[in-house]
Design a protein around this ligand. Structure first.
Ligand SMILES: NC(=O)c1ccc[n+]([C@@H]2O[C@H](COP(=O)([O-])OP(=O)(O)OC[C@H]3O[C@@H](n4cnc5c(N)ncnc54)[C@H](O)[C@@H]3O)[C@@H](O)[C@H]2O)c1
Length: 276
């Protein structure tokens, strides 16, 4: 366990059941952090309305955390909207007195097409959520952390797709590679304030987003989803797909005192499938 007693952690895109954000915030709350669950909440003006974390789901996750003895609030936040980003950080400070940990987790990974067919609207939506959203949250969280003067932690949930190309995922892969660049530049700029910035690069996890990818790529390869997943497991050195807890464990470590000299990293959490 990491000792995060008294720390305040905000995670974006954390309001969807079975998602990495839920796993991350439950782990950080168990380690003593007070947590801010943020997500879109309402499907208005969003591409792929069935793929979002709703207000009800956010509240259920908060309730789970409170029942386990943790402290949690929920805030509706579209990471593409700078005013909403500022307001969500302000709300964390009002509720818990500070912001010590930001996890940029919001992501779109279900807009999948060959590059020759990729509509510009979908390319833009992916880049806006995955990369611009992480930038906006980093900008305002870092301002708050600098004001507080106690350092901080920023963790970007990138992907295996931040390190290698994957077919039909041009926007996603570009956005996740971009997140590593954002991580490195933020680490260079914020180090003098005691703020570490790292990325985590998980391989496949069967979340809501992961299930859409399974269905698409199984069909593309002429396999059933079970056959596709069996093939995937055989290609992973640890012989299983990822779990939310694998990513959550890595986040907890990077938030801990033990990781205070680690910054600018893009850490694979992939059972050995990604090694560089
Ligand atoms: N599942 C995987 O296989 C996998 C692997 C590597 C990385 N990731 C990354 O992990 C992160 C979480 O994904 P997940 O697999 O848990 O899927 P998920 O669908 O459960 O979570 C994604 C969340 O992002 C939110 N979101 C989308 N647009 C948003 C916006 N404009 N503002 C705020 N929130 C928004 C959604 O509402 C959703 O709750 C993503 O960044 C994803 O790219 C996932």
């Amino acid at each position: 366990m990491a000792d995060l007693k008294g720390k305040v952690a905000l995670c974006t895109g954390a309001g969807r059941r079975l998602g990495l954000g839920e796993a991350i915030l439950k782990r950080l709350a168990a380690d003593g952090a007070r947590v801010v669950i943020t997500d879109l909440g309402s499907p208005k003006q969003h591409m792929g309305t069935e793929h979002i974390g709703t207000t009800d789901e956010m509240e259920q996750i908060a309730e789970d955390i409170r029942r386990s003895g943790g402290e949690a609030i929920t805030v509706a936040l579209d990471v593409r909207d700078e005013a909403q980003v500022e307001a969500a950080i302000q709300r964390s400070v009002e509720a818990f007195g500070a912001l010590d940990i930001l996890i940029n987790n919001a992501g779109i990974g279900y807009l999948i097409h060959p590059i020759t067919e990729m509509p510009i609207e979908e390319w833009t939506a992916v880049l806006e959520v995955n990369l611009m959203g992480a930038f906006l949250c980093t900008k305002h969280a870092a301002r708050q952390m600098i004001r507080q003067g106690n350092g901080g932690r920023i963790i970007n949930i990138a992907s295996q797709a931040a390190k290698s190309g994957h077919p039909h995922m041009s926007a996603y892969v570009a956005s996740k590679h971009g997140m590593v660049g954002l991580t490195r530049t933020s680490a260079v700029e914020l180090g003098e304030h005691g703020i570490t910035v790292n990325a985590i690069c998980p391989n496949h996890v069967t979340t809501g987003l992961g299930s859409v990818q399974n269905e698409y790529f199984a069909k593309y390869k002429g396999l059933t989803v079970d056959e596709y997943l069996a093939q995937m497991r055989r290609s992973i050195p640890m012989r299983r797909v990822g779990q939310g807890s694998d990513t959550a464990n890595a986040v907890a470590f990077l938030c801990s005192e033990d990781a205070s000299y680690i910054t600018g990293e893009a850490m694979n959490v992939s059972g050995g499938v990604e090694m560089h």
